[in-house]
Each structure stands twice: as structure tokens, then as C-alpha cells.
Write a protein that binds this ligand. Structure first.
Ligand code: FAD
Ligand code: NAP
Length: 491
């Protein structure tokens, strides 16, 4: 039935042209396959592709990625001292090497190729391009020198090419991080970790050298709500508590009534709160007692505080303090709301990192985008009023959730697409040109795509450079350097 439909729709020339598209190490592909492309090669892109390839033998998936290197936030977000998290790269690599999967890096969708052009070339297009912007606080002084977004700060220590020149000023003694999620804790940990720990990770050499010279000794992590609403998770808090040569510095006043409320909390929240309470109120072991008397670096949460202004120094050249509005909570539990009390306080600091969340951005005016929620409006991954267009990952849900959460929401999108194939809602009757016409377009536009074997040359060189320095890898910091290696025959 399928084959008959295909012949009858007369896509014979395209079908003939794309009949045996192949790449080194890949089997020839069938022209009758359903051609799907994914935009973005982070966890969402790879997990969506993985599910489709596994569930259907008649689907081919091409993955387009803006950068010459794959894996999104697994490479540019996950903290360098969390190497175990990056093991997902192994399964993503298997997907990329699947006979029915192709990776095209260095292709900026929305700029080099439009989403409409992809929709012409593929039966289905899945947008999985993540959340590359950051939420802003909208307060005076946010743009002062010395104030950085966590997105840029993380990108800087993780070698994101666009953040290479950030050069954050680490000369101040006190840093304030605004927001209390896991990204805030990553930043705090990187600022305070002993260099001996960091130098064995894949943190960039430039960041390592800057951190070696860092004068930051105290990190305050500020949240607008209370200890029972903190957004970080227990593993990340435990890492802070155990960080060598540092001590927690909390305000006991922030914990009034918390121990009484513990028994009513759900178990994960209860354990997290107990650990926080313990580090705030007890110096239980000899070692902790000793730590408190030494001149070690310190970190602490500051609760019930909303940033209202970043204050400049006298000549206006950089940040000198953060003005915080003191809050009280209305309601209880996760849903409790911060309400201003009218009281203000200033915290003197020379470094501010705003870590209040990432944000997806529109990449193509032809794609529906909800500016308030900063997501592509969708139902179970089906983009509203755009048949054949799907989304997954942070673009679908907003910028929350760990890799496992992203995996599940990406599998759900793949399931929606398969349901639509089975029900006929996704029209797969006409043959589609897939990558063939897109690579023609790219060639005409002078865009040099990077294949997965090209990435493997970059990967190999980075690992060898790292090995020579006692690190798992030393990342390349510019797109140009990456492309140069991708173009070489042998490295
Ligand atoms: P991304 O990972 O952002 O992938 C999007 C991809 O799309 C990127 O490769 C990007 O280059 C590409 N892209 C963007 N625009 C275009 C375009 N126009 N054309 C083509 N390609 C494009 N989770 C954990 O489980 N453990 C952790 O330790 C952990 N640490 C984290 C640390 C940080 C700082 C952050 C921000 C998140 C962390 N997470 C962690 C969460 C995890 O990274 C996310 O759940 C996951 O990466 C979201 O996947 P995604 O594919 O939607 O987005
Ligand atoms: P997040 O978990 O959503 O935390 C955002 C923080 O910013 C919260 O404390 C939030 O407070 C605060 N905030 C938001 N808007 C604010 C405003 N206008 N003013 C003041 N504070 C504001 O986001 P994230 O830290 O960027 O992390 C994103 C996701 O990645 C999370 O799901 C996280 O778990 C995951 N991640 C995981 C790891 C890991 O597993 N190790 C590491 C990094 C990131 P409220 O709670 O009051 O809104």
C-alpha cells in the first residue's frame, strides 16, 4: 500500500536521486523511508532520534547542529567535575553511528537553512534546539561590569565558543549568585573548588588559570523564597557541604520553624531540608568544628531576598553591591509565593552571577513561538497548527529538568510522531529529498557541514591534548579551530 502510494504520487526523480545515499561506514538507505530531521544535537535531539530509529525500521533521521560539535549542554553545561553525567555521550554516539542516522554539524537552522526549507525536504521536522538565552531580572544595574549571567559563566568555563572572551573578573572577595537552582550550585562549586580538583577535569585551561588567580573567598547564594522551596537537589547540596577547605555560612534566622515543618515534607524535600538545616545549625563533628575556626573559603544560602538593584561603585565603573528586598512567604510548600515586606538590605560584593534560569529563543519567524512561556506551543510535542512539525527537550517544556527528564519528554515526542505516521495524520506518501537537497542548499550558500567522523577527529585531538595535560580533554575554543581540524585528512 505504501509503495503503491509512493509511485502514484510521482516523486520518482527525487526518489531516484536519493535512492542510495550513503556515508562512509553507513549502509545504503532506502528511498521509501520516512525522512525525519532533528534540529539540535543535545540530549533532546539524540533521545528523540534514538527512539524513532529503534521503534521504526522505515525511518531515517538527520540531525542538524549549529555548532561543529555535538551534545549541547552535556558538553557546554554539565559541570566539568561531573564526568559521570557525560557518559550519556556514549549512547548518543551509538545513535549518531546508526546506519539510518546522519549528523550535520555547523548548520545554523533559521540562518543557513530555514525551517520551511527543512519542512519541504523532510516528512517531519523536530525542533530540539534547547534554551540558549537566559532569563533577565529586569532590574537597574544588571548590565554593569562584574555582573554575569550563569549561562555565560558556565559557557566560559566549559569552552562554549561564544563565551571564550568573557574573562570574568575574579578579583573581588565576595560573589553573590542570584537564584538557588542546581546551576547556581555548579557555579558556586566551581568558584570555590580547590584547583587540584578542577585541574583533573575538562574545564578549559583559560578558566583554570583564571580560577587559580581568583580572590573569591565567599559565595552567597540568594533566593527569593525559603529553605523549604530551594530549587537545588540533595546531591548538589551535599557536594557543597563536603567541598574541601570551605565551610557553610548560613543565617539561623532563615530557618525559624523549619525543623517543626520537617515531618510534613515529602521525602526528597525532607532529606534536602534536613541536610541544609544541619549545615546551618550544627557543627557536629570535630572536623567541622575545626573547619569553622580556620580561614577557609565560605558559602551560604540567603533566603527570602529578591534582587531589586545592582548598585555601582562611586564612579559607576562596576558593581559594588546588590540591593535585596526582604520577603515573607504567602502560602506554604512548593507553591509558596514571595511577598515584599518593604525592608531593603545591601550586600557588598564585586561579582554577581545571575542564575535565574535559561530561556528558549525563536530561531525562525515561520515557527510558532509563545513569548510568555518562551517555548514552542505544542501538545505532546506536536507544534500547534503546523502539521509535520514537532518539538522536544527544553524547547518543548521550558528550561527545567535533568537529562533523564529530557529523555522522557523526547521519547514522548517520538511516540507522538509514530502515532501520527500510523494514523495517517503525518503525510508520508510523497518521496522527500531529505539531506540531499539540504546539502545542495548548504553548498550553494557556502556553509561547510561537519559530519560525525569529522567530529571524531576533533574529539580525538581534544582528548590527546587533554591527556598530555593530565585532563580528560582540552576543548577547542573557537569554531574556526574546530572546522580546521574537521577539514584535515588525518590528525
Ligand atoms: P541542549 O542540551 O541545550 O541542546 C540543544 C542543542 O541545539 C545544542 O547543541 C545547540 O547548539 C543546538 N542548537 C541551538 N540552536 C540551533 C540552531 N539554530 N540550529 C541548529 N542547532 C541549534 N542535567 C543532568 O542530568 N545532570 C547535570 O549535571 C546537568 N547539569 C547541567 C548544567 C547546566 C549549566 C545546565 C544549564 C543544565 C544541566 N543539566 C543537567 C540539564 C540538561 O543539560 C538538560 O536537561 C538538557 O541538556 C536539555 O536538552 P536539550 O537537548 O533540550 O537542550
Ligand atoms: P531552576 O532549577 O529553575 O532554578 C532557578 C532559580 O532561580 C530558582 O531558585 C528560582 O527561584 C530563581 N528565580 C527564577 N526567577 C527569579 C527571579 N525573577 N528573581 C529571583 N529569583 C528567581 O533553574 P537552573 O538552576 O537554571 O537549572 C535548570 C535545570 O537544569 C534544573 O532542572 C536543574 O535541576 C537542571 N540542572 C541539573 C544539574 C544536576 O543535576 N547536577 C545541574 C545543573 C542544572 P524560585 O524557586 O523562587 O522560582
Amino acid at each position: 500500500m505504501r509503495a503503491f502510494k509512493r509511485l502514484s504520487t510521482g516523486g520518482t526523480l527525487l526518489a531516484w536521486k536519493s535512492k542510495w545515499r550513503s556515508q562512509p561506514g553507513k549502509s545504503p538507505l532506502s528511498s521509501s523511508n520516512t525522512k525525519v530531521c532533528v534540529v539540535g544535537s543535545g540530549p533532546a535531539g539524540f533521545y528523540t532520534a534514538q527512539h524513532l530509529l529503534k521503534a521504526r525500521q522505515d525511518v531515517e533521521v538527520d540531525i542538524y547542529e549549529r555548532l561543529p560539535v555535538p551534545f549541547g549542554l552535556v558538553r557546554f553545561g554539565v559541570a566539568p567535575d561531573h564526568p559521570e553525567v557525560k557518559n550519556v555521550i556514549n549512547s548518543f554516539t551509538q545513535t549518531a553511528k546508526h546506519a539510518r542516522c546522519h549528523f550535520y554539524g555547523n548548520v545554523n537552522i533559521g540562518k543557513d537553512v530555514s525551517v520551511e526549507e527543512l519542512r519541504q525536504a523532510y516528512h517531519a521536522v523536530i525542533l530540539s534546539y534547547g534554551a540558549e538565552g537566559n532569563r533577565t531580572m529586569g532590574i537597574p544595574g544588571e548590565d554593569l561590569p562584574g555582573v554575569y549571567s550563569a549561562k555565560d559563566f558556565v559557557g566560559w568555563y566549559n569552552g562554549l565558543p561564544s563565551c571564550r572572551d568573557l574573562n570574568p573578573d575574579l578579583s573581588p572577595e565576595t560573589a553573590v549568585i542570584l537564584g538557588q537552582g542546581n546551576v547556581a550550585l555548579d557555579v558556586a562549586r566551581i568558584l570555590l573548588s580547590p584547583i587540584d580538583i578542577l585541574k583533573k577535569t575538562d574545564i578549559t585551561q583559560a578558566a583554570l588559570e583564571a580560577l587559580m588567580e581568583s580572590k573569591v573567598r565567599r559565595v552567597l547564594i540568594v533566593g527569593r523564597r525559603g529553605p523549604m522551596q530551594v530549587a537545588c537537589t540533595i546531591k548538589e547540596l551535599r557536594e557543597m557541604v563536603k567541598l574541601p577547605a570551605t565551610r557553610p555560612e548560613m543565617l539561623q534566622a532563615d530557618f525559624v520553624g523549619v525543623s517543626e515543618a520537617l515531618s510534613d515534607l515529602p521525602r526528597p524535600r525532607k532529606r534536602l531540608t534536613e541536610l541544609m538545616l544541619k549545615s546551618a545549625t550544627e557543627l557536629s563533628t570535630d572536623e567541622e568544628r575545626e573547619r569553622s575556626h580556620q580561614n577557609w573559603r565560605s558559602w551560604g544560602f540567603r533566603f527570602f531576598r529578591s534582587p531589586v538593584q545592582i548598585r555601582p561603585n562611586s564612579d559607576g565603573s562596576r558593581v559594588e553591591a546588590v540591593r535585596l528586598a526582604v520577603n515573607r512567604l504567602e502560602g506554604s510548600g512548593e507553591a509558596a509565593r514571595a511577598v515584599l515586606t518593604g525592608e531593603l538590605e545591601d550586600v557588598t560584593c564585586g561579582l554577581v552571577v545571575s542564575s535565574i534560569g535559561y530561556k528558549s529563543l525563536p530561531i525562525d519567524p515561520a515557527v510558532p513561538f509563545d513569548p510568555d512561556k518562551a517555548i514552542v506551543p505544542n501538545q505532546m510535542g506536536r507544534v500547534h497548527q503546523a502539521p509535520g512539525l514537532y518539538c522536544s527537550g527544553w524547547l518543548k517544556t521550558g528550561p527545567t529538568g535533568v537529562i533523564a527528564t529530557t529523555m522522557n519528554n523526547s521519547f514522548d515526542t517520538a511516540k507522538s510522531l509514530i502515532e501520527d505516521m500510523d494514523s495517517g495524520h503525518l503525510d508520508t506518501s510523497a518521496a522527500k529529498s531529505g539531506a540531499e537537497s539540504i546539502t545542495d542548499l548548504l553548498a550553494k550558500r557556502g556553509v561547510k557541514r561537519v559530519t560525525f567522523p569529522d567530529w571524531e577527529k576533533i574529539d580525538d585531538l581534544e582528548r590527546r591534548k587533554g591527556e598530555a595535560m593530565g585532563k580528560p580533554r582540552e576543548k577547542m575554543l573557537t569554531v574556526e579551530a574546530m572546522l580546521q581540524v574537521a577539514r584535515t585528512e588525518k590528525v
